[in-house]
Write a protein of this length. Structure first.
Length: 551
């Protein structure tokens, strides 16, 4: 967020409004810049290659036997939305009928990422029927490359020293690669791109308010807040507090009002097209969210002194705040304090929820040029940066060459999805009927089969998730039968009891029993009630049809 002028030692410290970006350049500088452009573009291509390699490192888990398999359950829910967009491009998807069946749910998901994936799918339509899946698989790596290109353009125009350190870290950081991972059509990748654009525009506006930068600022934050009212809203609010604290009267100049107008126009369009997505949680969400969230990896806490931070950011992680403070002592530029506050805030949020890690990495990378400028020697700064990247190599080694247990778990997950796809193909029918399956398997089942599921992967599906957990963990067949009747279930999927019952017990706060219904259906189908009949099975799954006359 700092003005680019403060980082050039050849530029006198004069008011930003009186010092254009090219003021310190000699007359021949434009010609030198043009001459160096091929070399700079080659460097950008190398950086994009690094990011592409990082984001596609686990491609064997995505492309299996000619099919596309997404990383997690939320991705399949997203792709179910994309399928509806492709069928009806102008229709707003405010209600999901493929989860929490038969009531469905009013989803908090928004349209921007749906449209991006659908647009990419349309451009890939010549490839074949898999174009939506291919678009979903590649959208996040492409957004990662777009983020890299955006920050390369911004930092080059701002002439930030050590800007390549920022770009290298973003290209190879494991947590950033996770956000832009192949096979992960998740709104986090779009948010990271938009927040990077918003922070870059914020920095340009702090340096010299201009109408073009204000419009870019408004568009970035408008679309970010349209996409989600969680991470962007927190970061945006923090930025506003910091701006008014440090800029005071300069925070309300005309150019900022232009930015606000652009942001509000986009938010008005969001409400018009997507509706108002904020609503009070249901009783099930309020009661069971805490238990359910313990099974979600990205909602877990991270100890403040965890080695994970070094694996994401390198050994400079604990030193960077000190370098920013030292730079402030030397320059007295208050924007450095604002950048430090943003860094510490995202660090604290990451300790609270791991999902904030990619935003911490983004802020950390954008702070790198300012921190490294505090080191007097350019050679020493680059040497320190490169040496401090070693912890990232260790984390990449663990990801690329997993130990025996991790490799077996990944292979088992691939086999899970392959067999689940077989199950889904067997359930394809023109007759619409509900499926009861473990919640993390329900979105892919719904996407592949076209049939709605009782459970889902979002917290909004907790009513269906709770009913599913109760069905699997119960020992009372009458209670199970009532759940199936109330939920209009036509098929029940039995899966490995140790996984299903452990998750159900944690959610409901009960003890899992060996004689539970899921254990009986999976291990001893002959003991199943007469109204549940096996119609399909694989080594990992057994599918029961619910006989209505038996109920």
């Amino acid at each position: 967020m700092c003005p680019p002028e403060i980082l050039d030692h050849n530029i006198l410290r004069s008011p930003p409004a009186k010092l254009p970006l090219h003021a310190a350049l000699p007359p021949a500088a434009p010609r030198r810049i043009i001459a160096r452009m091929p070399l700079r573009l080659a460097g950008l291509l190398v950086l994009c290659g690094l990011m592409l390699a990082a984001t596609t490192a686990q491609h064997r888990d995505v492309f299996v036997d000619g099919h596309v398999y997404f990383v997690d359950a939320d991705c399949y829910a997203r792709m179910s939305r994309v399928a509806q967009v492709l069928e009806h491009p102008l229709r707003s998807i405010r209600h999901h009928d493929f989860e929490n069946f038969p009531q469905g749910l009013d989803s908090h998901a928004t349209a921007p990422l749906d449209w991006l994936i659908a647009l990419l799918a349309a451009s890939l339509s010549l490839i074949g029927k898999q174009s939506p899946d291919l678009a979903g698989a590649w959208i996040s790596p492409l957004l990662g490359i777009a983020t890299l290109g955006l920050l390369w353009t911004w930092s080059t125009r701002a002439r930030l020293p050590y800007r390549h350190a920022m770009l290298v870290l973003l290209a190879i950081s494991p947590i950033v690669a996770q956000a832009f991972r192949l096979g992960r059509p998740d709104h986090q990748s779009l948010l990271l791109f938009l927040i990077a654009a918003g922070l870059a525009a914020e920095g340009s506006m702090w340096a010299r308010p201009r109408r073009s930068a204000a419009v870019a600022w408004g568009a970035a934050w408008g679309f970010a807040l349209w996409t989600s009212l969680y991470e962007p809203l927190i970061i945006f609010t923090l930025l506003l507090v910091l701006r008014f604290a440090f800029l005071q009267r300069r925070a309300v100049v005309h150019e900022w009002r232009v930015g606000w107008a652009a942001a509000l126009a986009i938010l008005a369009l969001a409400v018009l097209l997507d509706g108002w997505r904020v609503s009070a949680p249901s009783p099930e969400v309020a009661r069971y969210f805490s238990n359910w969230s313990r099974s979600i990896a990205e909602l877990a806490h991270l100890p403040p002194l965890s080695d994970q931070f070094l694996g994401w950011l390198g050994w400079l992680a604990p030193l960077l705040p000190c370098l920013l403070i030292w730079r402030f002592v030397k320059t007295r530029e208050t924007c450095l304090l604002a950048l430090l506050a943003l860094l510490l805030a995202t660090y604290g949020l990451t300790c609270w929820q791991i999902r904030w890690g990619c935003y911490l990495a983004l802020v950390f990378a954008m702070a790198l040029p300012f921190a490294l400028a505090a080191i007097p020697s350019r050679a020493a700064a680059w040497t320190a940066f490169l040496i401090c990247l070693f912890p990232l190599a260790g984390q990449w080694d663990a990801l690329l060459y997993p130990d025996e247990a991790a490799a077996a778990a990944r292979a088992e997950q691939r086999e899970d999805y392959k067999q689940l796809r077989e199950v889904a193909n067997a359930l394809i029918s023109t007759e619409r009927t509900g499926i009861l399956a473990p919640w993390w398997l329900s979105p892919p089942l719904a996407y592949w089969s076209g049939q709605p599921c009782v459970a889902g992967s979002s917290h909004e599906s907790l009513p269906g998730i709770v009913d599913t957990a109760r069905f699997y963990i119960t020992t009372n067949v009458d209670e199970a039968r009532k759940i199936l009747t109330r939920r209009h279930v036509g098929y029940v999927v039995a899966y490995e009891p140790s996984r299903v019952l452990g998750t159900a017990a944690q959610l409901l706060g009960e003890d899992a029993r060996r004689d539970s219904l899921d254990a009986m259906l999976y291990d001893t189908p002959v003991l199943a009630p007469a109204w549940l009949v096996v119609v399909y099975s694989t080594p990992y799954f057994k599918v029961y049809e619910v006989k209505r006359d038996g109920i």
